[in-house]
Design a protein around this ligand. Structure first.
Ligand code: HEM
Length: 144
């Protein structure tokens, strides 16, 4: 199970970053060119939302089967920056990012058709993206 979920979590992370960046760029360009917020914008935001939710579920499972997750929690690990990143900072920050992206989507849906919908996606998705980028285990990602 660990051998399947770990690479899946790793590759979906890349896909998720691409989808998030593309959705923010498309929404930003449409807002700047003063196009009305349309169903296609909500659909792009939804694809990014679904990707983050799948990643959250995979991460939660991984947390309980990985040697670097829950089973690694200890006082000693809290003093080790990489151990702390994997067992505490990464999971907590990613959960906050997913919550923000979910709020952004729901606000955009409620404000559909207005400029507020653009702002909801731009603000919440961008903060979510920055949080994700800040707590990725860059030093081990893709190394296997
Ligand atoms: C939602 C956004 C998330 C992204 C973009 C993300 C991304 C990543 C990446 C790139 C890795 C490194 C994989 C590798 O070494 O090949 C990783 C590892 C890990 N992630 Fe996440 N993650 C997310 C959410 C979560 C959540 C919510 C949890 C737990 C509640 C979690 C738990 C873990 C654990 C335990 C590892 C270490 C796995 C191991 O090497 O054994 N992740 N994550």
């Amino acid at each position: 199970m660990y051998e399947i979920i770990k690479p899946f979590h790793s590759y979906l992370a890349l896909a998720l970053l691409v989808v998030l960046i593309i959705s923010i760029m498309i929404v930003l360009m449409s807002k700047l060119s003063k196009k009305p917020f349309a169903a296609s914008h909500l659909k792009i935001a939804l694809i990014a939302l679904i990707s983050t939710h799948i990643q959250l579920l995979l991460g939660l499972v991984l947390y309980f089967i990985s040697p670097l997750g829950f089973s690694n929690l200890s006082g000693a690990v809290m003093k080790d920056s990489f151990g702390r990143l994997q067992a505490v900072e990464h999971p907590i920050t990613m959960i906050i990012a997913v919550v923000l992206i979910t709020i952004g989507y729901s606000k955009a849906k409620k404000a559909f058709g207005t400029d507020k919908a653009y702002n909801a996606v731009l603000i919440y998705y961008s903060i979510g993206l920055i949080l994700i980028l800040s707590r990725l285990p860059w030093q081990v990602w893709m190394k296997g």
